[in-house]
Design a protein around this ligand. Sequence first.
Ligand code: CMC
Length: 429
Amino acid sequence: MSETVKFSYGGKDFELPIIEGTENEKAIDIAKLRAQTGLITIDPGFKNTGSTTSSITFLDGELGILRYRGYNIEELAEKSTFLEVAYLLIYGDLPTQHQYEKFTREITTHTLVHEDIKKILEGFPSNSHPMGVLSSLICSLTAFYPESLDPNRNEDAVNLSIVRLLAKMPTFAAWAFKNEVGHPVNYPDNSLDYCSNFLKMMFALPAEKYDVDPIVAKALDQLLILHADHEQNCSTSTVRIVGSSQASIFASISAGINALWGPLHGGANQAVIEMLEQIKADGGDTKKFLDKAKDKNDPFRLMGFGHRVYKNFDPRAKIIKKAADDVLLKLGVKDPVLEIAKELEYAALNDQYFVERNLYPNVDFYSGIIYRALGIPTDMFTVLFAMGRLPGWIAQWKEMRHNGEPIGRPRQIYTGAVDKHYVSMNKRG
Ligand code: CMC
């Protein structure tokens, strides 16, 4: 007999099934709770609520394990490429040589975007934050490929949208940056690999020769792998919930980009560097900022610290910290902000407040330092996070549609006024 949970309510006994995942995680299945008891559950921030079953990514917050489709993140970060990982996430297993070549060839041949998209880009003021521009351009694909609005398209048509998304994302990301700095856009160079093409579109200037540094391209590729999926976080849940209304994949991913933007989620990588700069400008007193973060009357938080799921360490942060050291060494960059980051990390890890609350550096704590060393400007950091997270969003969207999940529609407990009666305006006291 499979496990159940028994409880009493209103003088009656109830029994709910327990479901178990392949990594032995257990959950109470409350699908019939309301029908049987009239009750719903309340769980602000979904701290205890699983929204779905999924076979894409496994993470164990206590043990610091992260696996994509069963493969450890450490191994993938060391041996794989971003496009191979994208294939793994989206199609369920690592590609054969033939599948990989076909996949990369398809992505490479769709990097160009419709010329009219330049007109949309030109409508944005210079200085626009590139995340807002990116999400708008991705959403504009619904207009250029209106067939994507059909929820009943066949699998080949969906795959074409997926290829277009992966192919055009670096073009849009680089163009969002060019718009911000007021420079002419560069067109894709299909002789280059995914990251090199992006770097060239982002950094090449009409008047100067630009050669992509392979160290920079490799480091970027690894960062994208580390960000590629992270199960049901804020942006991924957003993608799934928007997609559950059968909105186009382009609209769903655009919504995910907006959800990622906030400083408590992907926007933290930008916020970390701004915080470290602030500490440096203030004389480098890390203790002062640690005290601010602990002060409940001060809204300041130590950016890049803490995680909803990881309560021991973030395995991505471990890899990134080492990569930051390697990249800075290889590129010969000396960044005083790295020293402040290390000092702050050491102080926080030895501080009772942070220890008691299991607050550790997360993926965003050191990624910004690498991005800086690669010459990426601060407000492009979250755009790179979005580029990395794209295959994860796509895989989750695809899984949600494949499983035929119902439209996402949480309930609530109403706490407002009850049964008031309308009084005309001139009679309202
Ligand atoms: N600095 C100071 N105190 C913190 C921090 C922090 N960075 N993070 C959590 N706390 C405290 C919080 O005040 C609370 O204290 P108390 O129990 O006394 O009220 C306790 O720790 C638990 O925090 P919480 O806000 O209930 O935890 P959460 O799971 O809701 O939030 C978080 C997780 C990541 C939003 C939060 O830790 C945070 O705001 N961190 C800084 C922003 C950040 O780095 N975000 C990137 C997350 S990783 C990238 C990604 O996947 O998006």
